[in-house]
Write a new protein. Sequence first.
Length: 320
Amino acid sequence: MSRLLSRRAFVAAATVSTLLLTSAGTATAASTGTTGTSHAAYPKHFDLPNGFQPEGIAIARGKAYFGSRVDGDIYAADLRTGKGRVISQGPGTASLGMKVDRRGRLFVAGAAGGNGRVIDTRTGAVLASYTFTTATPTFVNDVILGRGAAYFTDSRRPVIYKVPFGPHGKLAPQSAVTTIPLRGDYVHDPENNNGNGIALTPDRRALIIVQSATGFLFKVDPRTGVTRKIDLGGAVMTNGDGLLRSGDILYVVQNRLNKIAVLDLNRSGTRGRLVREITSPDFDVPTTAAFFGSRIYLPNARFTTPPTATTPYWVTAVHR
């Protein structure tokens, strides 16, 4: 069992930008804070467009990106001001979990569309689109950028989709996409949502997924799809949604419980323990999360509020 981060290490992790490097030279920004820079003046709450129905979030270079469950639009907000605009029109189906790499490419999970796409955050152009399945039901829910590939979960099918990177992080063609069946400890529930949030293990050799239907975390071998339930000492991640990792610390967003569970994992990701929980009176069913400096930013999906064209939505920032 890894030891909980010391206060000094925690502060350092909160202020230094950390990258999860892949074999293709692609990276996801685990934190976009800058050493010696304070973001205390940045708003801890800012509004998204009314009726937007946010789900996913990714942060890079001081901007946060959000996907709409209504039509898949991508909205970019400046974290310094909270102001933003739609930078890419959606395909008419939802945009859910997302990650951005150091090239400014935004990888987006396409929900019931059974697909994913990659967007240039500078221009809003769609750089690549991938069809993962035409079978129903499907719900492509989240994505992580790992060792040489992007991995997508499907909450309604017992699989993970792999989009490999070519030399220098080149985006792969549709023909290179593979489907990895999940086996081992994972048991699929056909009536409920299953594989949801996804992260890398602390040693970056394997994947971690949360099964929303059971609250279990699983370590997944990305080559074989073999899963092993992670021993959390009896803790269950009920309503588990987005996953976010920094070092050995895994943050699990528990959406309808309006909290974030903070877990201390061992390096291989086979064991962990619940060390604390993060809550906020500003939470209203947060779904996913992204780091910026010492903060975690989360969009509030408000699943328990009937959505209308004028329903307000907002973003909440909390300290790690």
